[in-house]
Design a protein around this ligand. Structure first.
Ligand SMILES: [Zn+2]
Ligand SMILES: [Zn+2]
Length: 183
């Protein structure tokens, strides 16, 4: 859905959209498990700079929810992440040089982004919000033991004998110091 400046000049736009999995490109590592639902509204915010210059911003306010799946960063088992997020975003024309302090108090609370050309694609804003909301590394649980780096067994499920043989990096650091002292 394209939110065009020229439409906003007439009136604010209410949106209510549902994106099925695949409609928004979330990259190769994320799988969308349910439709992504978003609703809210878009307003035009005009910033006056000096007497004659007006900068037209798009303010996007609303919420989104969906559920996503990724591989656990440690054990590569699938992890489901339910996402529900509210957003309040201010998009400025790309290249406008207005400083943040020139914004009114209410607008200063909004996150700032940029749009290019005639307006903003809702899908792009939504994609950004989804990616921002996710942890950098998804893990299945805080104490996930991960895979054995030697035999590849999932250590949450089974144990193996090779772990004991692995040198502990903390000990090898001490070992290095000992060697240096011996010299
Ligand atoms: Zn895991
Ligand atoms: Zn092992």
């Amino acid at each position: 859905m394209f939110i065009a400046i020229k439409d906003l000049e007439t009136q604010p736009i209410d949106f209510r959209e549902e994106f099925s999995p695949g409609a928004i490109d979330l990259g190769p590592d994320l799988r969308q498990r349910s439709p992504l639902h978003t609703e809210g509204h878009a307003d035009l915010v005009e910033e006056h700079h000096g007497k004659h210059k007006i900068i037209q911003d798009i303010r996007l306010k609303g919420k989104l929810d969906t559920s996503l799946e990724a591989d656990c960063a440690r054990c590569i088992e699938p992890v489901v992440h339910k996402l529900s997020r509210e957003f309040d975003l201010l998009y400025r024309p790309l290249g406008s040089d207005a400083g943040r302090d020139e914004l009114s108090v209410t607008d200063a609370e909004a996150e700032i982004g940029y749009y290019q050309g005639e307006g903003l694609l809702l899908e792009d804003a939504v994609r950004e919000q989804v990616l921002l909301a996710l942890p950098l590394k998804m893990i299945c649980r805080e104490d996930c033991k991960g895979l054995c780096p030697q035999c590849g067994k999932n250590l949450n499920v089974e144990s193996c004998d090779c772990v004991a043989a692995m040198p502990d990096p903390r000990w090898s650091a001490l070992e290095d110091i000992r060697k240096k002292l011996e010299r």
